[in-house]
Write a protein that binds this ligand. Structure first.
Ligand SMILES: [Fe+2]
Ligand SMILES: [Fe+2]
Length: 244
């Protein structure tokens, strides 16, 4: 996998740690996000094999042992694979995810017990940053799926939503929905159900100013419009999948 991890601040106190690889789709990024509050939170652990790169990048921002919360949108190698390496590196860190992710996988997979599950809409106050957990079952995939909205910067950490390929800039104000639709054609990564578009519209209603994207550029601009257009794209896909 990649050879070095780039660090960029995408919103006040929110940092994107990005590792590029040419081994996936001709070029692809794996991004983690550090939310720097009194109790720093890492969103996505990165895969186990990428841990040395990501840990070195995080160490340019905070001593890794100060990490307080380790979180991710669902259980999967790139989201949660390096979890126990982080728990080992940061003795005070605990897993912070939603109800299903905690009860189904967290209590078994994490080397230390997770904190009590975040309910839908539940707030985790980091001190200087305020994270609201949103359940998004099966969006983009995984029964346990959920995302974070950071309220002080109006940043939605949107995980695999808006995934796009390429060696792209850390942050863009250009269209990300077109590239995301092309990537969906390529990967078919999203669970397509009657609930997909409505769940994304619920996220659009938060009107985020910044979208932290796990694979690709993060986006700054009209987050409601971007997520609305993404929901329309999934609505079209869902309707096209129905028998006539
Ligand atoms: Fe995923
Ligand atoms: Fe991912």
């Amino acid at each position: 996998m990649g050879s070095d991890t780039q660090v960029d601040e995408i919103a006040d106190g929110i940092y994107r740690l990005s590792t590029f690889t040419d081994q996936v789709a001709g070029g692809f990024t794996f991004n983690q996000f550090l939310v720097r509050g009194d109790e720093p939170l890492l969103f996505h652990t990165g895969p186990r094999l990428m841990f040395p790169l990501v840990a070195a990048a995080l160490a340019t921002l905070i001593p890794p042992e100060r990490l307080r919360w380790v979180s991710f949108g669902h259980w999967e190698a790139d989201e949660s694979g390096a979890l126990n390496l982080w728990l080992e590196a940061a003795p005070g860190a605990e897993v912070a995810v939603g109800t299903l992710g905690t009860l189904i996988s967290g209590t078994d997979q994490a080397d230390r017990p997770p904190r009590p599950p975040l309910a839908d809409g539940g707030v985790l106050d980091l001190g200087g940053k305020r994270m609201r957990w949103i359940d998004t079952p099966h969006v983009p995939h995984g029964w346990d799926a959920g995302l974070w909205f950071e309220e002080t910067t109006s940043t939605l950490l949107c995980g695999d939503l808006l995934t796009h390929v390429g060696a792209v800039p850390a942050l863009t104000e250009d269209d990300v929905v077109g590239p995301a639709s092309a990537a969906e054609d390529m990967f078919g990564a999203t669970c397509l159900t009657a609930g997909t578009a409505p769940t994304i519209r619920r996220l659009a209603a938060l009107a985020p100013a910044t979208l932290g994207v796990m694979h690709g550029s993060s986006f700054r601009g009209d987050g409601a419009a971007a997520l609305g257009a993404l929901a329309d794209d999934y609505e079209r896909r869902f309707q096209a999948s129905l028998p006539r």
